[in-house]
Ligand binder design. Sequence first.
Ligand SMILES: Cc1cn([C@H]2C[C@H](O)[C@@H](COP(=O)(O)OP(=O)(O)OP(=O)(O)O)O2)c(=O)[nH]c1=O
Length: 208
Amino acid sequence: MKSLPIYLASASPRRHELLLQMGVPHQVLAVPAPDGEDEPQLPGEAPEVYVRRTARDKAIRAREWVARQHRALEAGALSLSTPILSADTTVILGGDILGKPLDIEDARTMLQRLSGRTHAVHTAIVIAHAGVLLEDVSITEVRFKALTASEIDSYCHSGEPLGKAGAYGIQGKAGRFVAYISGSYTGVMGLPLYETGRLLDQLSSPKV
Ligand SMILES: Cc1cn([C@H]2C[C@H](O)[C@@H](COP(=O)(O)OP(=O)(O)OP(=O)(O)O)O2)c(=O)[nH]c1=O
């Protein structure tokens, strides 16, 4: 894997921690988010296509933001030649995309829907480098146990559901809701390490 530093275009502390876990030197870019809400799905757009598009949009937005930081570029604090990594995570249940809950009530509804059922977690990752976008997606199947009303209630009041796709974090208290998982645990958390490592390896290949 290339040891050159990269930029992480993400406000997600999980993604930063997972890159640290991989030992990838990186700097988190403070790219302003367009607004608090998730990007809407286009009519007829498949979940995998949606998640790839939203991850690509984040990388492109970050690249354009870096290009506008004239002072920092001149001072050498930022560089246009540093690869930019972005990601997007979405929960899919019965064909519906569950993004981040708007509030506790929305979180409660999502958790009620996930209870006792199997859903998929899609995480797309994109690296923008030298005018090229490298991308991959990890798809993981997750089955939740049947949740009681009081489990949902106390989880909603833990504060964990907000800011997370599907209103849960597998790495936190919701870990006990997960009866079965097939795929990538780190992909569910927001940055699949295997696929990320593979994309970083491609950066050092002569094709890029
Ligand atoms: C399902 C699940 C999601 N998540 C998180 C990962 C992501 O941070 C979040 C999904 O939202 P994203 O829109 O993918 O990412 P983000 O808004 O948090 O950060 P950014 O766009 O700046 O990169 O849900 C968990 O932490 N654990 C989980 O088990």
